[in-house]
Ligand binder design. Structure first.
Ligand SMILES: Cc1ncc(COP(=O)(O)O)c(C=O)c1O
Length: 436
């Protein structure tokens, strides 16, 4: 048995103690709990790449505005269900300036994080037409959204996009949509976990399928403008954040404040419903929710029932952050570029030590460096790799958890400090010497 930086017996014992049956299937939170215990017992700091939490301070323009709002007494008042007017207006402006798409402020709705937004939208969409009860995930994807489907008791289908990039995506989508049971398609772009970005060709195909089969597209833009290959911050000027909204008018966009503004703790995001969908009436919504139109059902039936609105002061924060970005005074992309820089260095450390990047291309172009990347080690399943790498003081999650059919791990860069790169390099060298 080769020597490892972390005592194997400690890791194995703690895995048992936490009743983790199969480390390859362990959830993000289980890995977090395990590594917390191992770090405590060994005193050794892990290169922690399991959880997608921002690693930067919150945008100051947001915290300042939120403090002001609290001082003015908004905490005592219920927020309006549809959101604070200024936030709605600044969101519509943000969408126009950074995607070049027109939406009415009416369809811009604050939610308790994008998590609540996807829950509400998926719930309404999968109940809008009796024949279409199923959600289609373009995977790999964010595991909690599948959990949302489980909680709401609605069915879903999914496929790993790895083998269906470019024109191949059309036939694959058609094979699901032609069955007639799909209400909506959901994906994230840039993608958690793989950091692939769908190309304009792929977005156009999805848009065409949306129109052909009358299917709503749920586009999760949690990492808005974070494809650092292009400079996506010049208000009103191209290049713009690519979006499905250019190719169909049957869409909902989700813009989270968690990553782009490092505002995860305040749990606020915006759901942007296209004007056409917001006002569209569905017979089954009337039967199911006593509410006819999509937008009305989302806001006054589902969101009302879930949380009666979104934190009042956080709405002022988000309005201020959008306004500053819109006015050209807050280059939020520059603030988060550090993730891309770290990814570039960390990917190099991995690949120099025998690892391979799993999802590596968008069309002919290498993927961007950003919040996540995916790794495999030749000859090892994802599960084996995760089990082994934990002995080397490195933590991540298995790609299996994300609907990927590839063997490998998702690595998140945000919580590995630059001061840990030396340790990371040493540990990876040792890993490759022991397994190479
Ligand atoms: C793709 C994706 N969607 C949504 C979220 C959650 O967003 P929020 O914090 O706004 O609920 C995340 C967070 O990791 C994510 O990666």
């Amino acid at each position: 048995m080769k020597q490892t930086p972390i005592d194997r017996t400690i890791v194995d014992r703690l895995v048992k103690r936490l009743q983790i049956e199969n480390i390859g299937n362990a959830s993000i939170r289980e890995i977090v709990a395990l590594v917390n215990l191992v770090e405590k017992e060994t005193g050794i700091r892990y290169c922690r790449m399991e959880m997608g939490v921002p690693g930067l301070p919150p945008a100051e323009v947001g915290t300042k505005a939120e403090i002001e709002a609290l001082k003015s007494g908004v905490a005592a008042r219920y927020p309006m269900m549809e959101g604070h007017p200024e936030l709605k207006a600044e969101t519509a402006r943000f969408v126009k300036l950074f995607t070049d798409i027109d939406v009415s402020p009416e369809g811009c709705i604050p939610t308790v994080g994008s998590m609540q937004g996807t829950y509400a939208a998926l719930f309404v969409s999968s109940n809008a037409d009796k024949k279409k009860d199923t959600v289609l995930f373009i995977d790999p994807g964010f595991p909690v959204q599948k959990q949302q489907m489980m909680v709401m008791g609605r069915p879903y289908e999914s496929f790993d996009v790895f083998d269906y990039r470019g024109e191949k995506l059309r036939e694959k989508l058609e094979s699901y949509l032609s069955k007639g049971n799909i209400s909506c398609i959901i994906y994230s772009n840039p993608n958690n976990p793989s950091w692939i970005c769908l190309t304009e060709e792929e977005l156009q195909i999805i848009g065409e399928m949306s129109t052909k089969y009358d299917v709503t597209i749920m586009e999760d833009l949690a990492y808005f403008a974070m494809d650092f290959r292009k400079n996506l911050y010049t208000p009103g000027q191209p290049p713009f954040q690519p979006t499905i909204a250019r190719y169909t008018d049957n869409y909902v966009l989700f813009i989270s404040s968690s990553k782009i503004f490092s505002y995860a703790g305040q749990r606020i995001g915006m759901m942007v419903i296209s004007d056409a969908l917001f006002n569209r009436k569905y017979e089954n919504l009337k039967t199911r929710f006593q509410s006819h139109a999509f937008g009305h059902t989302v806001v006054l039936r589902v969101l009302y029932a879930l949380s009666s609105g979104t934190c009042h002061s956080a709405q002022f924060a988000l309005a201020a952050m959008f306004k500053a970005a819109n006015d050209g005074k807050f280059n939020f992309v520059e603030e988060v570029k550090e993730y891309g820089e770290k990814a570039r260095i960390m990917k190099k450390l991995f690949t120099e030590n025998g690892f391979k990047i799993v999802y590596e291309k968008d069309g002919d172009e290498p993927i961007a460096n950003g919040f996540y990347f995916t790794i495999q080690y030749p000859g090892m399943t994802g599960e084996e790799l995760l089990a082994n790498i934990l002995y080397y003081g490195i933590s991540a999650i298995s790609l299996k958890n994300t609907g990927s059919e590839r063997e490998g791990l998702r690595a998140c860069v945000s919580h590995v400090g630059r001061d840990q790169f030396g340790d990371l390099e040493k540990r990876l060298k040792m890993f490759s010497e022991n397994f190479g």
